[in-house]
Structures are given as C-alpha cells and as structure tokens.
Design a protein around this ligand. Structure first.
Ligand code: ATP
Ligand code: MG
Length: 373
C-alpha cells in the first residue's frame, strides 16, 4: 500500500546554498509529525515545498498516491497555519473562519453549519462577532487553525505556530492543539525549533540539521537512541564521551577505553569489535552520584569525580562533576529525599556510577560544521 504522504528525494538550493539536501520522508495518516531543528536547517523550506509555495529542484510530493509536485497550493488538499496568523483584520472571527468555504462557493447552509462547528471546536463561539484586533494571540492562533481546518485538508501544515506566544500560553495552546487534533484526526505537519514542543506533541519527529534529516522516530526513540552526535546534543542534555573498543566481554557487553575515564562497560547493540572508535552518550539523569562507593556487582560503571558546581531545584539537583579534564552533567531526582541526610556539596569528592545499558553508543563522527551548507 502506498504511503499516505511521501516526499521522494526532495532537494532545494537557493543559489549556492543547499537549503534541503535530498530528503525522503513519509507521513502516516492521522499522525502529528514534527520537523525539529535549529534555525536555518531547512524546516520552513521543506514545509513550503509540501504546501506548494516553493518548487523543489528535484524529487516529488506524493499525496495518497497522486503526484502533486507541479500543483499550485490551491490545488493541493493541504492548508497552512502561518506564524503571523494572516487573519483578515476587517472581517469578524466568524467571517474569517468561513472564508475558505465562501471562496469555494459552497452552499450557504453548509457554510453556516461548518463555521459554527469550527467555532465550537476552537471554543470561540462567544467571540464570533469580534474582529481579530480585539482577541488575544492564543485566540488568533485558534482562529487561524479553524480557518485552515474548515477546508477539510488531508494535511495541515503548522510553521512555528506558537512562536509569538508567551511560555504559559504556549503550554496551554499545545494542549489545545492536541485536543483539536484528537477531535478532527487530520494529519499535522508541525515545524518547530523547540524540542519541548516537538517531544510533547508529536507521534514522530524528524530531526534536521543543515538541510538533512538526521533521524526520524517517536520522541522516546530520539531521546533514548540518538542516531548521531548532533541529535544526542540537540535533544535534551547529554554527556558524549569519546573512546574506542578494548575488548568484547560476551555477546552483549564491551569494554571501552574512554579518554579521561579509563575502561568502562557498555552494551553492545551495534556489533562492534576491538579497535572500533565510539562515542558514548549518557544522559545526566542516568548517573547516580554518591559519597560512598556504590556496592554494585561489578556490572556497574563507577568513576571518581569532584563536584565543581551544583544547582538545587527542589525536585532534583543538577551537578557539574569534574573527572580528569572533563566535566560531566549529572542530574539526580530526589525521590526519598530526607531533610536529615547530608546533601552533597560543592568541592566534594564523589562517585559517579551508571549501568552499562544506560549509555548509548553513537558510531558516526560529527559532520564538520558547514559541510552541508
Ligand atoms: N527565498 C530564499 N532565498 C535565499 N535563501 C533562502 C530563502 N529561503 C530560505 N533561505 C535559506 O535557506 C536556509 C533554510 O531556511 P529555512 O527558512 O527553511 O530554515 P528554518 O529551518 O525554517 O529556520 P527557522 O527556524 O529560522 O525558521 C537558510 O539558510 C535560509 O537563509
Ligand atoms: Mg522556519
């Protein structure tokens, strides 16, 4: 069966700049799919190619088996929500929402019915007769979404739709977007540089870097099993330790020699052999920090360090721990924190430990910056 929506080897340059490297992506029906990456990595370009606002240099856009690459935006079953809302200032909220159906010359009764349904969907019935300049930013964003959804697109494109809103409103609107998506079931392509938004909202994420998709997967897979150094660094905090494979312990575990750290055990899910070079990514919360050497069973990695910085955050404490020349980020959740235990302080010698399964091995070397641009 053909994929619902398919980008086949799409690429796009602006002059000498390759904004999108040859890219292949498929979207599944009904999912929320995010393009996530830093500013300038090509997210908007890819979104605009899907919407028909930019023609790709090569490749094709396939929607439900149909090649739409040469179709203009208004011939595609795709609508876009822009960051600046693009509402008509002289029209009421109701008329803004009804606009698409009026343009399509739908019967009056249908326009009324669908517009009222959209007002209910975005919970704005009480504001229907106002004009855009007398409603809030979050409300304008909801109107922009309703105005796009009333056309019943197969795909809704959202380009940084929450960027203009303050943090509280952004969090609220994320929940709103999820609720609206649950009700309509339309496929969403969501563009953001904010990993929190992408992680919280998406069924799947494509992480982009310099015009290239580096990894596609559900949020947890991207966080727990980053495919590249860039992805590991971009999504959340991590510690990346460089080294090479010393020996194979058994079919499951390896002993690695890490610069500054000496030998440690690692889970061998990549079929590595002695001599291979590796980068081990360990998230701060995978570490345990303690004053006494952890008992362990010989299977736990332990290293000695010194606390050079710490921030107490109530539910957790973040530490910076010096090990040789390196500083590790360590984060400890306070689960059974007791006021009478003596907390670890600045400048104390500590043990850092982690289970071999909690480090994730990354094989590739980071691409030199600018290589793709
Ligand atoms: N019309 C254009 N002409 C020339 N260069 C462009 C054009 N549009 C985009 N670019 C360049 O292509 C690259 C990708 O731009 P794009 O807008 O797709 O990035 P983005 O990931 O959406 O970034 P942001 O998070 O800042 O919105 C950037 O280097 C940008 O400067
Ligand atoms: Mg953009």
């Amino acid at each position: 069966m053909a994929a619902f929506i398919e980008l086949r080897d799409i690429s796009k340059s602006f002059g000498a700049l390759q904004a999108v490297q040859p890219t292949r992506l498929t979207l599944e029906k009904g999912e929320i799919f995010s393009l996530l990456g830093p500013s300038g990595c090509g997210k908007t370009t890819l979104l605009r190619i899907l919407g028909g606002f930019i023609e790709p240099d090569a490749g094709s856009v396939i929607v439900e088996g149909q090649d739409l690459t040469r179709q203009p935006p208004n011939r595609r079953p795709i609508n876009t929500v822009f960051q600046n809302y693009a509402l008509f200032p002289h029209l009421t909220i109701r008329d803004n929402i009804a606009f698409g159906l009026r343009m399509a010359r739908r019967p009056r009764a249908e326009i009324v019915r669908e517009t009222e349904a959209m007002l209910d969907l975005i919970q704005m019935r009480g504001h229907a007769d106002k004009r855009p300049d007398s409603i809030s930013g979050g409300q304008k964003q909801r109107v922009a979404i309703a105005r796009a959804l009333i056309n019943k697109p197969r795909l809704l494109l959202l380009d940084e739709p929450l960027a203009a809103l303050d943090l509280k409103l952004r969090q609220h609107m994320l929940l709103e977007l999820e609720r609206i998506h649950d009700e309509v079931g339309t496929t969403f392509l969501y563009v953001t540089h904010d990993q929190g938004e992408a992680m919280g909202l998406s069924d799947r994420i494509a992480v982009m870097n310099a015009g290239r998709v580096e990894q596609v997967g559900p949020p947890a897979a991207i966080y727990e099993a980053p495919a590249s150094r860039f992805v590991a660094d971009f999504i959340g905090d991590t510690n990346i330790l460089d080294g090479d494979v010393l020996e194979r312990i058994d079919s499951n575990y390896l002993r690695l020699g890490l610069d500054d750290f000496g030998p440690v055990l690692a889970w061998n899910d990549k079929g590595l052999k002695p001599g291979d070079s590796v980068h081990l990514s360990i998230r701060p919360e995978k570490f345990t920090i303690s004053r006494e050497r952890p008992a362990g069973d010989g299977q736990v990695n332990t290293i000695r360090g010194r606390v050079v910085d710490l921030i107490y955050l109530g539910a957790q404490t973040k530490y910076r721990v010096a090990v040789g020349e390196r500083h590790l980020l360590v984060q400890q959740q306070h689960q059974r924190f007791q006021l009478d235990t003596r907390p670890i302080r600045w400048d104390e010698d500590v043990w850092i430990s982690w289970h071999p399964d909690d480090g994730y091995m990354i094989l590739e070397q980071e691409a030199p910056s600018g290589e793709a641009g």
